[in-house]
Design a protein around this ligand. Sequence first.
Ligand code: ZN
Length: 456
Amino acid sequence: MIKQKLQESFNRYLEELKELIRIPSISFPGFDKAEVSRSAHAVENLLKKIGATNLQHLIPPSSYPCVYGEIISDKTKPTILLYAHHDVQPQMREALWHSPPFEPEIRGERLYGRGSADDKAGILIHVAAVELILSTMGKESPNFKFLIEGEEESGSAGFGYLLEKHKDLLSCDAVIVADLGNFSKGEPSLTTSLRGMSAIEIEIFSTKAPLHSGSWSGPLPDPAQELCRLIASLSDNNGNILVPHFYDDIIAPTPEELDSYQKLGMTEQKFREEAGVLESTKLLVPESKICETLWRKPSLVVTAMEAGNRKQAGNVLQESAYARLGIRLAPGMNAKKATEQIIAFLQANIRHGLTLKIRTEDGAEPFTTDTSHPYFQYMAKSMEIAFNQKASFVGCGASIPGAEYFRKTFGNIPILLMGVEDPESNAHGENESLYLPDFEKTILAETLFFKELANV
Ligand SMILES: [Zn+2]
């Protein structure tokens, strides 16, 4: 019956999603803040239509509104907090879009437009699943609280503040974060870990100004070479980070998670194709370790580097060299501690008395969750029924700061991470798209999960 109701209403959900995509709610400096407010109002209207009450905009210091609403049917039933975000990334290079980024267009089985997958579809999944369960179970349904953030893409700077400030209003038994995705099209996935992130800017100085290399090089150290050597000394030939005690706090994946990673069928070929790896480039780990390395190990990349510049690359001994290191943190690690460990390593290993200046950025903490709670099994089972395909536990190499904030605020309640992105979605890039069959199946899965909760 739920499936039939979903089929009858699916086109309406699709139209509502398209309306949201038409609002360029970009939460970045230099873009019109009023558009983020406009999308907050559109979300509020959607919640109002399905009967949500106590509607309000929770305002973080950035003033990008987070939308709240609730449907409380029976206080003896569990309360589920439903999270998604209504802000989007900038459109990037407009010329590369095959249809305008804020004018949704269906081509084949995909809906194209900025926010189609990340994360306006997440909002509609919650709205549709709640409407469907209320129409079938009525007062027997679980209770729902909606929390639709307005600054996720620009870093969720005020999200921890909002959760703390409205802790009582938001209190719940479980959270569903619909902002992730599936391992592949048609393969339902529950994400059980996220990596964290931190960044360090390094600058090395030797002289007061650049010098003629013929007149001065030889006796003097070259800051650019020293920077390269210093960065290279941070990791070994397989990408293992050599900073002492860097891996000490990492929470290893459970046997169940490892088993699930193995069954995903990640092959070196699939990985190479999706990443666009050149033929002669070798991976740092064997095929069997790709998922674990991507999701449960830290990584370090140079995201920018500068010494002189290519346009004016004369015969100059540069006075300074710069690099920015991006560090992805494995579950269990702490952003501040990891940053400090790397800084101590750099300070201890720089040579020739060169001056080292370091600037750090605020990091995001990694996340992992206890999958032994029965809700994980209910959700996996609901996904399996909806997709007619067994659900996998996967990790995510990227960061969603909100997930860890939920854990900090609400303690050890189940936090279920799912969503409708797939490897072809190209979220954050041009031609972002949503695979419509998975959108429909995910709505069904979430509705079946609510039904399961109503029955226990
Ligand atoms: Zn997102």
